[in-house]
Design a protein around this ligand. Structure first.
Ligand SMILES: Nc1ncnc2c1ncn2[C@@H]1O[C@H](COP(=O)(O)OP(=O)(O)OP(=O)(O)O)[C@@H](O)[C@H]1O
Ligand SMILES: [Mg+2]
Length: 289
């Protein structure tokens, strides 16, 4: 298998050159009951090459934010700018529900973005081959998605996003449908991949453990309309592996994020008398915004 260096990175700039700046970003939807404010106002910077995780209650606007970042939705207020270094694909998105074509084989699914991007067939084939091998899909190249396990389907979806070498990878709960063990394996694989092919990543999850393991920073969003109510730096050095979970510092950070999420994001949703007593956040990791 050729390495990516041998294949050449085409128009890809130095890894992680993109940066997203969001200011006063809002998005509402017209519904039969009137305007529904789904998101914001949101102020945020995603740094060069950063792995940013976003957590927040269901329906708070996380997917809406990602769809705006992907250019699939326009904001209805504020703005988002993306500084970029290259001329290739700016972003690629991985969805929770795999979003792969059921009528195409694994190989065709992975190569699709290159095909529509107009890559020369031989180059597209070599790149597709690289990512099939890299994600352990080579022996399933002629299988259809319906013949694959959930984990394999999710790998196809990730390969499909990575093959076009986007500057920014947008991942919306990519592992949510996987069982707990498979999810841990996929987290390890994503860590290894990201350490090798650094990109700016925005990763949405409901799983705090996943956010702390993967992220450089974790953002906590409020209930709808989602705004940022917490921001935590993840101090662990890289390369990381799942073994990090065993450390006391890991547990302390996860707990601190949970306390923030529970009180700020879910707080008012829990009736006052039933609200559990929450130990005060230790404030070791939290940044003041
Ligand atoms: N196209 C749309 N039309 C109307 N309302 C929408 C549309 N898309 C999203 N919404 C509403 O906007 C709000 C935010 O939705 P969004 O999918 O961004 O939430 P989320 O944080 O991703 O939730 P979850 O964690 O459950 O995935 C929700 O109330 C949702 O019903
Ligand atoms: Mg969502």
């Amino acid at each position: 298998m050729a390495t990516l260096d041998e294949l050449g990175t085409g128009s890809l700039p130095a890894a992680g050159s993109a940066r997203i700046t969001v200011s006063g970003l809002e998005r509402h939807f017209e519904t039969p009951d009137g305007l529904l404010q789904a998101l914001g106002p949101l102020d945020l910077e995603v740094r060069d090459g950063e792995f940013l995780c976003i957590v927040g209650p269901s329906g708070c606007g996380k997917s809406t934010f990602l769809r705006v970042a992907a250019g699939l939705l326009d904001p209805t207020g504020g703005e988002m700018t993306v500084e970029r270094g290259g001329t290739g694909p700016l972003s690629a998105m991985v969805f929770q529900d795999y979003s792969i074509f059921p009528w195409k084989t694994v190989e065709q699914n992975v190569g699709f973005g290159l095909e529509v991007g107009g890559r020369a067939p031989a180059d597209a084939d070599a790149r597709t081959e690289y990512w099939l091998e890299r994600l352990g899909l080579a022996q399933f190249r002629r299988s259809y998605p319906s013949e694959l396990s959930g984990g394999m389907r999710q790998r196809v979806s990730i390969a499909r996003a990575l093959v076009v070498e986007p500057e920014i990878l947008l991942m919306d709960e990519p592992f949510a449908a996987l069982d707990a063990q498979l999810r841990m394996l996929m987290q390890d694989e994503l860590l290894a991949l990201w350490q090798e092919h650094r990109r700016t990543v925005v990763f949405i999850t409901h799983n705090l453990d996943e956010a702390v393991l993967l992220g450089d920073r974790v953002i906590v969003m409020s209930r709808r309309p989602g705004r940022i109510v917490g921001e935590f730096e993840v101090p662990f050095t890289r390369p990381r592996t799942a073994d990090l979970r065993g450390s006391g510092e890991f547990a302390a950070l996860e707990q601190e994020i949970w306390v923030n999420l529970r009180s700020e994001a879910y707080g008012a949703a829990v009736p006052e008398p039933e609200r559990p007593v929450v130990p005060a956040a230790r404030g070791l990791f939290r940044r003041n915004r």
